[in-house]
Design a protein around this ligand. Structure first.
Ligand SMILES: [Zn+2]
Length: 533
């Protein structure tokens, strides 16, 4: 056999990328040629010799940077699809007047009786930083129920019609554990703002299978547009069928690592039963939530917020989830570990992070399990080093720093900001820093997140906490090689090397120039050797 192999000419490539500046494994290399055959990388080097055949397609990179496809370790593609395609996007509003005008315009396009749903508002950068109130939108929505989710997904604004349908009045119901119904301090009337565990009190109509499919296609195209070729997607168990169907279709253009999110004790069983489509749909584990978010002041802090919302008491420390304290998560973590599943846990506040690490620390041979903490945003200084020690991955979203940096000092004080978004300290400690976007909370564009991690530039243009800035190479490594490890795909994704999947991005812009990370964008995206953008 060896003899035969030696005398046959090596098979030629289906696709050859030439004149590229190849980046992989955390550094720019001297290599300029990449060969692809049958969807996989067969060659990385400097010469095209023996690779070019009559049918070989040649792509001249014209000196552009060629990087592995972006692996976004934390997305909600399945959940986001319908809202992304059909809902109102309020991220563009910069004032109350614009907010209301966008709602009015969207309502004009909806059929009679249809719900208005929207997302993406954040009034932190408005000149007048009021929290929205149902009376902002009641006049323009009328009897039509409306639900508008805050940018972080941890609170929503409902109009009076939606509150009425849900039976939320000045007389009740009481706040559910881990949630709050914001009320006027004088009258007790609901303001329309529901936080965290109170959000499901409003039952919005569910999407049709066609809407789910179309929505998913739209968000995958959005991901490909920015160079994203694989995701760690956190989804409701009900979404599994739609995503599996997509992942088995011939035009699939993204790879799913799947994390099921549910407060049901059955979630471990559901994750074990979800059937993989190797390479494209691979169930990995479950997602738990310790707390809420900074913007909604529902992150669970060890000491009170410096500045709670006007409706919150002065000693407000945020909202721990009930499962974190009543034994449910301890039990889910144990049964997930027994079933060899990965656990990823949302923790934003410093107390939530400590409690999550404490729960993880109970698990035998923890380090080999690659358990993750999602966000790992605000930490007690004593906890930062524990991630590396325990082998827990900080799975962070650098673009959240650009948002939170605007008000973090204000909300938790400058001292606690010092141990927030500790990218650099994590790397120094040897932790496997993993990046993602948290789409649709923010854009899925990885390059704006990388820019934030490298420069500390926040929304509005100022620089915040530059002490934690890392290099472009480190940031892109966290979005490729390490995020591949974070979804158990380091053997075939996240690097440009022979044997790896031919998932890659040609980049416009030169990150090593002065301020070169500012306007990076994908020029072309390939998945399994096929051009998908
Ligand atoms: Zn998320």
């Amino acid at each position: 056999m060896l003899f035969t192999a030696a005398i046959l000419p090596p098979p030629t490539a289906d696709l050859l990328v030439v004149n590229a500046k190849i980046w992989t494994d955390g550094a720019l290399t001297q290599n300029s040629v990449l060969g692809v055959r049958a969807g996989k990388i067969v060659y990385v080097g400097k010469s095209t010799q023996g690779l070019r055949g009559p049918k070989t397609q040649v792509l001249d990179a014209k000196g552009r940077l060629l990087t592995p496809g972006i692996i976004d370790a934390h997305t909600h593609l399945a959940r986001a699809g319908v809202g992304f395609k059909y809902g109102l996007d309020l991220r563009v509003a910069t004032s109350k007047a614009q907010f209301i005008e966008l709602v009015r315009m969207k309502v004009a396009t909806l059929p009679e009786g249809a719900w208005l749903s929207g997302r993406g508002w954040s009034t932190e950068s408005y000149k007048v930083k009021e929290t929205p109130h149902r009376n902002w939108i009641d006049a323009v929505t009328g009897d039509r129920p409306a639900v508008l989710t805050r940018m972080d997904g941890h609170s929503l604004l409902a109009n009076s019609a939606a509150l009425r349908l849900a039976g939320i009045t000045k007389d009740g119901p009481a706040d559910p554990p881990g949630g709050s119904i914001e009320r006027d301090p004088k009258t007790g009337e609901p303001t329309g703002i529901l936080v965290d565990a109170a959000m499901p009190l409003i039952q919005t109509p569910s999407a049709t299978p066609l809407q789910l499919r179309e929505g998913l296609k739209a968000v995958v195209a959005e991901a490909n547009r920015f160079g994203v070729t694989a995701v760690g997607d956190i989804m409701d168990p009900l979404a599994v069928a739609t995503v599996r169907e997509y992942a088995s279709s011939p035009n699939r253009s993204i790879r799913f690592g799947v994390y099921l999110q549910s407060e049901s004790p059955m979630v471990v069983g559901m994750a074990t039963q979800a059937k993989p489509i190797p390479g494209w749909f691979e169930p990995r584990g479950i997602k738990l939530y310790m707390d809420g978010s900074l913007g909604s002041r529902s992150a669970f802090m060890a000491a009170p917020f410096t500045k709670p919302l006007p409706t919150q008491p002065a000693d407000w420390r945020g909202l721990p989830r009930i499962g974190a304290t009543n034994g449910l998560y301890a039990q889910l973590i144990k049964s997930a570990a027994d079933a060899n599943l990965q656990v990823i846990t949302h923790a934003i506040g410093d107390q939530a992070n400590k409690d999550a690490l404490d729960l993880y620390a109970q698990v035998p041979s923890l380090a080999s399990r690659r358990f993750r903490i999602e966000h790992a945003q605000h930490l007690l200084p004593s906890e930062v080093g524990r991630f590396a020690k325990l082998g827990v991955l900080p799975s962070m979203q650098p673009f959240h720093k650009a948002d939170d940096g605007r008000y973090c000092d204000d909300v938790i004080g400058t001292e606690r900001s010092q141990s927030s978004y500790t990218f650099k300290t994590f790397l120094k400690s040897g932790a496997k820093l993993t990046f993602g976007s948290d789409f649709p909370v923010v854009t899925i564009d990885p390059w704006v997140g990388i820019h934030t991690a490298v420069t500390g530039e926040i929304l509005g243009g100022s620089i915040w906490m530059p002490e934690q800035n890392i290099s472009f190479d480190q940031a892109l490594d966290a979005y490729t090689r390490t995020s591949a490890y974070a979804i158990f795909r380091e053997k075939d994704l996240g690097r440009l090397a022979p044997g790896y999947q031919a998932d890659f991005v040609l980049l416009d812009g030169w990150p090593y120039a002065k301020n070169g990370t500012k306007n990076l964008r994908a020029k072309a995206t390939y998945v399994a050797g096929r051009k998908v953008f």
